[in-house]
Ligand binder design. Structure first.
Ligand SMILES: [Zn+2]
Ligand SMILES: [Zn+2]
Length: 354
């Protein structure tokens, strides 16, 4: 049964070649696109969850980004999600370091796999803000990972060189800070960059501006796409779990000069988000030049970085991803949408977006 489950999980994300076999340039790999609870989400009786329970290809792993540098023979992981075992396999093995965004369950629970009960690793570097580091050092079971030397918690400050070709910086982001503060990561490759920003309360609360990042023509921004509609969580106020709605973010980006929407990709989708089941909504978003993240999506971090060329590549990639998404949704997830209203159960109201 366990073997079947891990096989099913491994199949759920299709990122076959390990770093050594992939292109020789550093690249990022999307290893999960869902909000902290994944799809299917615990307690969810909506068709999207019911279908995902019986069909592994419809599962969506929790948002995480892999980084690989074949020349250095190294791989890294942004966020240790509850789907860590499958994501580690998709990445090609144990990460040489893990970078954490914050202390909400979808973003660090996977660290438990590094403990004596499972991998019993030795000194895996775990980069975190001082606040997140304090949380790990001060609370079991995480403090045991530190005490037993399974992980080596490193407080991130400034730009950290992961390899000669890859570096990262942590960018503070406003987000409910019950246990730690929150950061996004700016990943720099030889010629291209990625902003990985899965959680933010509201763009208006940020002391930075997304436009500031999108001005870089060689940057692709993966941004918080948790919710699409304000009323998609029955019985819960979105004010308690604030995230920018996808249409709000699109309008904000469309108002920017120069336009940069071809390089904005939505990630960290809650299981209630229509972009997981509504092909028309995805198509409409793509017509406006945006994209929805896809598990297994690879973004080379070297290569042509000219503004126009990069934009063409990004738009082409977004379009071809869109076609794939549309086919996938058309194949089955559309049927799921049709039954959404009918079979919504009370359990689906107990939803947490971290
Ligand atoms: Zn989250
Ligand atoms: Zn969160």
């Amino acid at each position: 049964m366990l073997a079947f489950l891990s096989l099913a999980l491994a199949l759920a994300i299709s990122v076959p070649p390990p770093p050594a076999a992939s292109a020789a340039v550093p690249e990022a790999i999307v290893l999960g696109i869902a909000q902290d609870g994944g799809v299917p989400h615990a307690g969810c009786r909506q068709p999207v969850c019911v279908a995902a329970r019986s069909d592994p290809s419809r599962r969506r792993l929790v948002a995480a980004l892999g980084l690989v540098d074949p020349a250095a023979g190294k791989r890294f992981l942004i966020d240790a999600t509850p789907d860590f075992p499958a994501q580690m396999e998709a990445l090609g093995g144990l990460p040489d370091a893990i970078l954490l965004t914050h202390a909400h369950v979808g973003h660090y629970l996977g660290l438990a796999e590094l403990g004596r009960e499972v991998l019993d690793t030795h000194g895996v570097p775990v980069y975190a803000t001082p606040s997140m580091a304090r949380f790990l050092r001060g609370n079991r079971p995480w403090s045991r990972l530190v005490a037993f030397g399974n992980i080596d918690v490193r407080e991130i400050s400034g730009e950290v060189a992961l390899t000669p070709a890859l570096s990262v910086s942590a960018i503070p982001v406003p987000h409910r800070d019950e246990d730690s503060d929150t950061v996004a990561y700016l990943v720099r490759g030889p010629t291209r960059r990625i902003l990985w920003l899965p959680d933010i309360d509201k763009w208006q609360k940020w002391d930075r501006d997304l436009a500031e990042f999108l001005r870089d023509p060689a940057l692709t921004a993966f941004v918080d796409g948790t919710f699409y509609d304000a009323d998609e969580i029955p019985g819960r106020s979105i004010a308690d779990i604030p995230h920018p709605l996808v249409p709000e973010t699109m309008a904000r980006v469309e108002a920017m000069t120069p336009p940069a929407r071809g390089r904005v990709v939505f990630v960290h989708l809650n299981h209630t988000n229509r972009l997981l089941r509504d092909a028309d909504a995805v198509a409409a978003l793509e017509r406006r030049g945006f994209a929805v993240a896809r598990e297994g999506q690879r973004i080379p971090l070297a290569g042509s970085a000219g503004a126009a060329g990069d934009r063409r590549v990004a738009v082409r990639a977004a379009r071809s991803e869109g076609r794939t998404a549309k086919k996938r949704i058309a194949a089955g997830e559309r049927r799921v949408e049709d039954g959404a209203e009918r079979s919504e159960g009370p359990a689906s109201k107990r939803i947490v977006a971290e």
